[in-house]
Design a protein around this ligand. Structure first.
Ligand code: MRU
Length: 368
């Protein structure tokens, strides 16, 4: 996508051919800073500290992190240790384990001296595939937005609510939940996006709002608790969110608060769609209750960071010093609350049969 008219992705191989560059998302929307990842430790830190975040981008960064690790130590032990380090960074997004598995398969059996070249090729391919997958999600999902416009007798704008950031910043390019929005907007559909601020880290207010603004998509930031009110008053035509892990039966883990939006959508008859790239499906899990839910530093709840008028990052405490806080980063929305899944292979019901209809090869293979 474009930033100030210039084409950008979230991650790329640096011109030196041996380090990786990322957009440092902890600095957005206030500063566009490119950070360099030169070694495995840099990649692991970037994921853990959320300089990169969003399930598909976590996967792509882990793939490049493996390549950086192979440059340091191409032995079997080195690869095992690197995969373990990266796997421990964040628990919920299954794209991380998927990308590590892909990298291991690409390196297995190769002599040490050929591993670095193979790792770089495979990491680049994972990034390219992510872009293609998200473009396809955009094409399939845009049809739902066109349909919503028809349902309003073509009296736009189509009002879409989204949660967290599942845009191009959460992927290598295009995004998942926002890809259909970009496609429909580019095709001339009048639309407007309600952007949940997404406490505690505010990925909606800081990242989704920023990238929609860069692309010229009309949007309004709302407090997380406003969605139900808007739905009751007919101000939301559909919801589209992303996911960090979707079970084989269509339960979906996504940013904390997604479940409440799905409940409000169901109560108000608002379609609730979840957009996902195929590597986000965990075929080994059926029940969403089995998805590991990340718990992060309570400081993300008790404190809030922002930019002062004179351009300095400031962090202030919101809560009484003695009050305990908990920081659950994700929740699970059961398949029964989801109108449909938007995948790179098309749109399907959120169910085992729905997913297997699009991924028939999984009927034989089961978990992988
Ligand atoms: O904690 P984050 O910012 O990594 O959480 C991101 C989300 O919850 C996204 O909705 C999800 O990863 C889908 S990204 C296309």
């Amino acid at each position: 996508m474009k930033v100030a008219g210039r084409k950008m992705r979230t991650i790329w191989l640096a011109p030196d051919g041996k380090s990786v560059e990322i957009i440092d998302q902890t600095r957005l929307p206030h500063e566009l800073v490119v950070a360099r990842l030169a070694c495995l430790a840099d990649a692991a830190r970037a994921i853990r500290d959320m300089q990169v975040r969003g399930a598909p981008l976590i996967g792509a960064t882990a793939a490049y992190g493996m390549a950086l690790a192979v440059a340091e130590d191409p032995s079997d032990t080195g690869i095992d240790e690197a995969a373990a380090t990266l796997a421990a960074t964040r628990p919920t997004a299954v794209n991380l384990a998927w990308a590590l598995g892909e990298m291991r398969r690409a390196l297995a059996g190769l002599p040490a001296e050929r591993r670095l070249a193979a790792a770089l090729v495979r990491a680049d391919a994972i990034a390219e595939v992510d872009v293609a997958i998200n473009r396809a999600i955009g094409e399939h999902g845009a049809k739902l937005i066109h349909r919503a416009l028809d349902a309003k007798h073509r009296h736009g704008p189509v009002q879409i609510l989204t949660h967290c950031n599942a845009g191009w910043l959460a992927t290598v390019d295009w995004g998942t939940a926002l890809a259909p929005i970009y496609r429909a907007h580019d095709a001339g559909v009048a639309l407007h996006v309600w952007v949940d601020e997404t406490r505690p880290r505010n990925q909606g207010a800081s990242l989704t709002a920023w990238e929609l603004g860069q692309h010229g998509v009309p949007h309004t930031i709302i407090a997380d608790n406003a969605g139900g009110h808007l739905m009751q008053h007919g101000e939301v035509d559909l919801c589209i969110v992303g996911t960090d892990r979707t079970t084989a039966c269509g339960d979906v883990a996504n940013k904390i608060g997604t479940y409440l939006k799905a409940l409000a959508a169901r109560d108000n008859g608002v379609p609730f769609y979840v957009a996902l790239p195929s590597p986000t499906i965990d075929w080994a899990i059926e029940d969403g209750a089995a998805i590991p839910i990340e718990r992060r530093d309570p400081r993300e709840v008790t404190h809030i960071a922002g930019w002062s008028e004179d351009g300095c990052r400031v962090e202030v405490r919101l809560t009484p010093a003695g009050s305990a806080a908990e920081n659950f980063a994700f929740d699970v929305t059961p398949a029964r609350l989801i109108t449909a899944l938007i995948t790179d292979r098309g749109v399907c019901p959120a169910s085992r049969d729905g997913l297997l209809g699009l991924f028939p090869e999984r009927r034989q293979r089961g978990a992988a």
